[in-house]
Ligand binder design. Structure first.
Ligand SMILES: Cc1cc2nc3c(=O)[nH]c(=O)nc-3n(C[C@H](O)[C@H](O)[C@H](O)COP(=O)(O)OP(=O)(O)OC[C@H]3O[C@@H](n4cnc5c(N)ncnc54)[C@H](O)[C@@H]3O)c2cc1C
Length: 340
């Protein structure tokens, strides 16, 4: 274990913001936490858990310790005729895991291809895309208490998964480090493609449903994502910056009267979800910039670093977008990205 002081977080956030943390340390196992806690200087500081920083906007240097889990083991736990259970270290890249599983012909994670970040963050965020969420496949999460190293295991129902959230992002944020995640996947003969997301169904319309394999779905997801979302390797970004807002039925009808073309999705509780990207397009922010920060011309929901932006530049831009949307539609856009 190597403790680094005054360490740049530039390689550890996809917005490509150059801020420093007072201390940086990568841990692998339970005993690493116990060893770190014996260092009085480190123990007295606040500790923050990072993955690959693909959902973080860093606006200032971090006082304290940034902890990253680099545990990378993948292990088959058990299998039966139809299913396989794998336990995966938090330090594995999410997309590498998805690639590995589709190469084995296992169903379950293919719709979540190309989401940046680590396996450890997947239950924290309950990542989701194209009609699938991490919670659909997670059976257990093994975590370590960062104060005393104690192991705590959660079953799926105990994780309190919600829309891009979980118990690890609420009461246990920066308290429990996700160390291993167990997924139940379907073997090739027992699973089937999840095509509830219309553009994915459309992209695979040349195939009969029974001809589809996890690999084919995975490739289609990658094609769609590459055409829509700027690659953070080329242009720093944090994916969708805002959540899609939800309005009640009465307010939805008021809005629809004024904006009959407004896209929407009725939810089971009778409320309506409105695409934040559409709202941002209506206030003319798509493709526009503010200093070195911009709204992607590919996707209005993605704020980008045009080169050399600071976190505060992106934050200022997000405030301007929020103000304009609020002014025109009376809707507050809640950020999905976590600002530090
Ligand atoms: C281009 C792009 C596209 C994206 N597309 C999607 C998408 O389609 N769907 C989606 O859901 N998200 C998407 N995201 C957001 C992001 O990829 C996910 O939120 C991802 O899970 C973050 O992983 P990370 O390792 O980078 O976590 P970080 O951003 O480093 O951290 C996110 C949160 O998780 C916590 N955390 C991280 N690791 C651990 C751990 N081991 N234990 C405990 N807490 C931890 C952190 O403290 C923080 O609160 C996208 C991001 C980008 C840049």
């Amino acid at each position: 274990m190597h403790i680094q002081a005054n360490y740049s977080l530039l390689p550890h956030n996809t917005f490509k913001i150059d801020v420093k943390t007072q201390y940086y340390v990568e841990i692998n196992k339970q005993s690493d936490i116990l060893i770190l806690r014996t260092d009085m200087k480190l123990a007295a500081l606040p500790w923050r858990i990072f993955g690959d920083g693909s959902n973080l906007l860093l606006t200032q240097d971090i006082e304290g310790v940034v902890l990253r889990c680099t545990f990378k083991k993948i292990k088959i736990m058990k299998e039966d005729q139809d299913n396989i259970w794998i336990s995966v270290g938090a330090g594995v890249k999410w997309h590498d895991l998805v690639t590995h599983t589709v190469e084995q012909g296992w169903w379950g994670l293919e719709n979540l291809a190309l989401i940046p970040g680590t396996v450890g963050a997947a239950p924290v965020q309950n990542i989701g895309a194209y009609g699938a969420e991490a919670r659909d496949s997670i059976t257990r999460v093994q975590s370590l208490n960062i104060y005393d190293g104690q192991r705590i295991e959660f079953r799926n129902a105990e994780c309190h998964f919600g829309y891009r959230t979980s118990i690890f992002k609420q009461e246990y944020i920066n308290k429990l480090l996700v160390h291993r995640v167990t997924f139940r996947l379907r073997k090739s003969h027992s699973g089937k493609a999840n095509l509830v997301y219309a553009p994915l169904k459309e992209a695979l319309s040349d195939f009969q449903k029974k001809e589809l394999t996890p690999l084919l779905v995975y490739k289609a997801v990658i094609r769609i994502r590459n055409s829509k979302i700027p690659n953070p390797e080329r242009q720093g970004n944090g994916g969708s910056f805002f959540k899609n807002p939800v309005v009640d039925e009465a307010y939805f009808h008021d809005l629809l009267e004024k904006y009959p073309d407004m896209p929407h999705h009725k939810m089971i509780n009778g409320c309506y979800k409105i695409p934040a990207a559409w709202l941002i397009e209506q206030v003319d922010w798509k493709g526009r910039s503010h200093g070195r920060a911009g709204v992607s011309h590919q996707h209005a929901l993605v704020l980008v670093n045009l080169g050399g932006a600071q976190g505060s530049d992106i934050l200022e831009l997000s405030n301007l977008v929020q103000e304009d949307v609020n002014h025109k539609f009376g809707i507050y856009l809640e950020p999905e990205v976590i600002t530090l």
